[in-house]
Design a binder for this molecule. Structure first.
Ligand SMILES: [Zn+2]
Length: 355
């Protein structure tokens, strides 16, 4: 079968749950899932349940937890709280950005007060990315603060028609904003909820068909694809209350390749969305001699049985997709061959951002 060589994919938004909630995922299973999905570098969010990455000590604990477990490279984010800005100086050179939560999701890092939000936007160094979970009205607030604070922001998981329209307008006005969209917000709608049950519960939630259509129609405004890989156990997703989030590392490339197959985007644009733009925006280090070989035409049906993530379920169960990762090479060494993880011991590293 003819394969195509692409650069190792970069996912700017994952939750590997380690340390703090390793019954959901850990650095071993999460980075195996990343490799299986064609990602050679993922950036890990700070809202670890039980041990959020909001102090230099917590950041050190996360680095320690990753030691010897990484099959792909992992970069770390720092989390904003109302009163941890004095620690920015100690951590800024070791993380890829600050994450600011303005809406409810996993963990309790949500910040409400306008003055606190403004002060965080001013305090975090302007040359470093500031990733914002800002849905609906809070997105308008963040965009409104850009001229005042004179800084850039990266908007996580855009999911509504009005949001992508406001971001388009902000970009046309020259405001420094980038954004990401997840494959689940490109492929699922609220109409899928009865079928998906707890597997369709996520933040932001699934919206209407018109929102999904607007994301596709504004693909030129979307800077990058992020999986927002957010694993939970099957028991948790069948429970009450249902925790927010779905795994995505192993299904995102095939879903986007299906879009290439359907003529909705070009392969070059896919590489921009899943490698070049995140590399540029987050100043990720070059991974020498690192690439993936994919069979772009392979037709297969997504099944939880083949997943490496500890959360052995997917909202895309049974969906037919095009394109499969055949092999992954990291710094000249084979990590995956014919679908099997072969690197022993794991050769991934904690990534350091470019200065
Ligand atoms: Zn997330």
């Amino acid at each position: 079968m003819p394969t195509i060589r692409l650069p190792g994919l970069i996912d700017p938004h994952v939750h590997l749950r380690d340390p703090g909630a390793t019954h959901k995922e850990d650095f071993t299973t999460g980075t195996k899932a990343a490799i299986a999905g064609g990602f050679t570098l993922v950036l890990d969010m700070p809202n670890n349940p039980g041990d959020p990455t909001v102090s230099a000590g917590a950041l050190a604990r996360k680095r320690d937890a990753a030691d010897g477990k990484l099959f792909c490279d992992v970069g770390l984010y720092y989390g904003a709280t109302p009163n941890n800005s004095s620690s920015y100086e100690d951590v800024v050179n070791n993380v890829f950005g600050l994450k600011l939560y303005l809406d409810h999701t996993t963990g309790d890092l949500k910040i409400d007060h306008l003055e606190t939000i403004r002060d965080i936007m001013l305090a975090w160094p302007k040359h470093k990315p500031l990733c914002v979970h800002a849905e609906d009205r809070t997105l308008a607030m963040v965009l409104g603060l850009l001229p005042y604070t004179g800084r850039s922001v990266h908007i996580c998981h855009v999911s509504q028609k009005v949001e992508i329209e406001l971001i388009r307008d902000a970009k046309e006005r020259g405001l420094p904003v980038t954004c990401e969209v997840t494959p689940h917000h490109l492929y699922l709608t609220e109409d899928d909820l009865p079928r998906l049950g707890g597997h369709g519960v996520m933040k932001p939630p699934l919206f209407r068909r018109r929102d999904v259509d607007a994301l596709w129609a504004n693909l030129d405004v979307i800077d990058m694809i992020a999986t927002d890989h957010a694993p939970h156990t099957l028991e948790e997703k069948m429970g009450d209350p249902v925790p927010f989030g779905v795994p995505g590392l192993e299904t995102s490339l095939p879903l986007m390749l299906a879009a290439v197959h359907e003529g909705r985007l070009s392969l070059d644009r896919l590489v921009e969305l899943m490698h070049s733009a995140p590399a540029r925006t987050f100043r990720t280090p070059v991974q020498p001699d690192t690439f993936i070989d994919i069979d772009p035409k392979a037709k297969w049906v997504i099944s939880s049985r083949v997943l490496h993530t500890k959360s052995a379920w997917t909202p895309f169960e049974g969906m037919e997709v095009r394109g499969a990762v055949r092999s992954v090479t990291l710094r000249g060494q084979a990590v995956m061959r014919d679908g099997e993880i072969v690197s022993k011991p794991p050769t991934g590293e904690i990534a350091a951002p470019l200065a």
